[in-house]
Design a protein around this ligand. Structure first.
Ligand SMILES: [Zn+2]
Length: 241
C-alpha cells in the first residue's frame, strides 16, 4: 500500500487515496469509495481484504451494510447504544447520528469513553437499546459471563450484533491464563482464549438471546460479495424479548 505523507491533513489524505486506488471493480460501503481492488491483509496475507481508504476489513464492510439494511439503527428514533471495543471508523460514524445516545467501552483502549470489563459490567440491568460487539469474546476468558452481562444490560426489545472469527467446525478453547503459549499454538495468534465454531449461536442463546445467523451473501446479495469484499463473514443478530 502506498504511503501518503504526514504533511497532508486527514481529509485530504483520504481524497488522495480515493484517487490513487480508484476503480470500478470494488466498492467499500464504509467509506463509500469505488476501488480497483481491496489490498492484501494479514500475516499470511488474505488478498482483496483491506480498504486502503478507510482501513476496513471484510467484517467491517459486512457489519456496516448489515446495520444499514437489516436494523433500525438509523431510523431517527432515539436509542441508547453500547459499542464494545470500538472500531475508530464506526465510532466516528455513530457519533454523527443525532438519535443515538452513544457510549464506547473497552477494558484497555484509552480512546473508549468507559473502561469496563464486560464480565463485570457496571451498567444497570436494561440500560441499552443496542449493543455492537465485534471480535471481542474470543479474547475474553469467561465469555459466557461476558455474554450474560451484555444480555443483562440490554433492554427488553433491544438487539445486539455479534461478530467473531468462525474458524472451526465447533468451538475450540483453552481458558487457562497460564497456557499462553499453548493458546498461541492452538489459535495462531496471541491473546485468544478460543476459536468459535457455528455453535457460537448456542452459546449466545444459553444466555437468553434469540439469535439469528446472517451470511454475507444473504444480506448484500451474491453479486456484491466480491464487489464489497465481504467474503464468507457471519453476523449473529440477537434479540432480547
Ligand atoms: Zn473503505
Amino acid at each position: 500500500m502506498q504511503k501518503i505523507s504526514g504533511f497532508f491533513p486527514r481529509f485530504l489524505k483520504r481524497r488522495i487515496k480515493r484517487l490513487l486506488y480508484f476503480g470500478f471493480s470494488r466498492y467499500c460501503p464504509v467509506c463509500e469509495s469505488r476501488l480497483r481492488l481491496f489490498q492484501p491483509f494479514g500475516i499470511n496475507p488474505r488478498q482483496d481484504a483491506f480498504c486502503p481508504v478507510c482501513e476496513s476489513l471484510e467484517r467491517h464492510r459486512f457489519a456496516w451494510q448489515f446495520l444499514k439494511q437489516k436494523t433500525d439503527l438509523f431510523d431517527g428514533e432515539s436509542k441508547r447504544m453500547l459499542h464494545v471495543a470500538p472500531e475508530l471508523e464506526f465510532e466516528k460514524k455513530f457519533k454523527k447520528v443525532p438519535s443515538l445516545d452513544y457510549l464506547t467501552a473497552d477494558i484497555r483502549n484509552p480512546r473508549a469513553m468507559a473502561k469496563i470489563d464486560i464480565t463485570n459490567n457496571p451498567y444497570p440491568t436494561e440500560s441499552f437499546d443496542v449493543i455492537f460487539c465485534s471480535h471481542v469474546l474470543q479474547h475474553v476468558q469467561d465469555d459466557r459471563r461476558g455474554i450474560g452481562e451484555l444480555y443483562r444490560v440490554l433492554k427488553n426489545g433491544g438487539w445486539a450484533v455479534f461478530l467473531e472469527f468462525i474458524g472451526h467446525q465447533e468451538t475450540v478453547e483453552s481458558r487457562s491464563e497460564r497456557d499462553a503459549a499453548e493458546r498461541e499454538r492452538l489459535f495462531g495468534l496471541h491473546g485468544y482464549f478460543r476459536r468459535y465454531g457455528p455453535d457460537f449461536k448456542d452459546r449466545l442463546e444459553e444466555s437468553g438471546f434469540a439469535a439469528e445467523v446472517f451470511k454475507a451473501c444473504e444480506v448484500v446479495g451474491q453479486d456484491n460479495v466480491v464487489r464489497m469484499g465481504v467474503k464468507d463473514e457471519l453476523i449473529f443478530f440477537c434479540r432480547k424479548s
